[in-house]
Write a protein that binds this ligand. Structure first.
Ligand code: NAP
Length: 349
């Protein structure tokens, strides 16, 4: 399949929650920019949520899909083209499209429904852009092989630290560098909780509730607070940037649930900050991977990040120490990371 910058690109979208809905908003908001600047017309030909699907080969109205969700309805209620009882997998298996966007919940048990849908899309010659990390954590080598065999791209910048281009920076800009250490605050919810507890005296429960209300927390917040979300992102960085085939099982994971207000005060009294840090440290041919609440010196780049920030620090042999950070007030930057991967795929055809 060939997509050129002046062609209409047909998209399928799975998941119309915090991220998927904002992506549809972007399709509407950036329509003229994409067309005028890049000669790109993105058309939503299919969308799936738990209610079913809506499929229209000539294009669905993205704004209408968002409106349905705002009204508390599913996409199956889309006039004329909505169908209840049809799965996302069925949509991917049978609908003609150029690119699949995957934004369903991260399911670290078996990766579903995202994993089967991504496999089906790649096998049918569709590019894939995903915000869902679980399929990559469970099957990165297989999915990459599948994309190569079928000559299509698999992009996933949105899976690590929301809108922060942590993956793309590492893969593209550090491609020739040797990274001996990587440190990151890769999960917003845990940084939000620890920072608001330390700075504003919020209780753990209050801070978690606020992170959930802003749409940052996972559907199951235990993935965040017990460290598995950050560990998953570390595994993706290991595969894609460090060229190290890590598994989730080898990450030493410690959550933040036991971090008390007293501990945070003690750290502050010593001029330090407690932050949820994911680390990959080179050890010969391997990397030691960990996620844990970490006492950082106050001048460490990650210590200075506020409650709505995430960041990454790459320690390299030839590119110095590179730090990048993002302020993510809402999941909009994550949706924009999906869009930039779409643009990258289409423009590089
Ligand atoms: N939120 C963030 O800031 C953020 C940042 C980076 C990455 N991510 C990742 O992006 C993905 C989406 O996150 P989110 O916050 O948008 O999640 P969300 O708000 O929970 O939305 C999930 C969407 O997936 C749909 N869905 C669930 N099961 C499905 C199934 N079996 N078939 C089809 N659709 C299904 C839901 O349908 P209903 O609407 O019918 O319930 C909903 O529309 C997750 O993998 C998450 O890890 C999120």
């Amino acid at each position: 399949m060939t997509v050129t910058a002046t062609q209409k690109v047909r998209l399928l979208l799975i998941g119309v929650g915090n991220v998927g809905r904002r992506f549809l908003d972007l399709l509407v908001r950036k329509r003229d920019t994409l067309c005028d600047r890049l000669g790109l017309e993105l058309t939503l030909t299919g969308v799936a949520d738990t209610s079913g699907v809506a499929i229209r080969p000539s294009g669905l109205d993205a704004q209408q899909v968002v409106q349905l969700k705002v009204e508390g309805q599913g996409v199956a209620a889309y006039p004329r083209w909505g169908q209840s009882g049809v799965s996302a997998f069925e949509m991917v298996r049978t609908t003609e499209a150029d690119l699949l966007l995957e934004a369903s919940p991260a399911n670290l048990e078996d990766g579903q429904p995202g994993l089967s849908c991504i496999e089906a899309a790649l096998s049918r010659g569709m590019h894939v852009v995903t915000a869902n990390k679980a399929p990559l954590v469970l099957a990165f080598p297989r999915l990459l092989d599948l994309s190569r065999v079928h000559g299509v791209r698999l992009c996933f910048d949105a899976t690590v630290a929301g809108g922060l281009p942590a993956v793309n920076l590492g893969r593209r800009d550090l491609a020739a560098a040797d990274i001996h250490r990587l440190e990151g605050i890769l999960n917003l919810t845990t940084n939000y909780i620890l920072t608001r507890m330390a700075q504003d005296g919020l209780s753990y429960d209050e801070a978690l509730a606020q992170a959930q209300a802003a749409g940052h927390a996972e559907a199951d917040p235990r993935l965040d607070v017990e460290g598995w979300d950050a560990a998953s992102k570390l595994v993706i960085l290991a595969h894609s940037v460090l060229d190290y085939p890590a598994t989730l099982a080898e990450v030493a994971v410690e959550g933040i649930t036991h971090v008390s207000a007293e501990t945070l005060q003690q750290a502050a009294a010593e001029g330090k900050r407690v932050k949820p840090v994911a680390t990959a440290e080179r050890d010969g041919e391997h990397y030691a991977l960990s996620v844990r609440p970490t006492w950082l010196e106050a001048d460490h780049p990650l210590a200075q990040l506020g409650p709505k920030q995430m960041g990454i620090v790459y320690h390299t042999d030839i590119s110095g120490v590179i730090s990048a950070a993002i302020v993510e007030e809402t999941p909009l930057p994550t949706a924009s990371a999906l869009l930039r991967d779409v643009v990258d795929i289409v423009s590089s055809q």
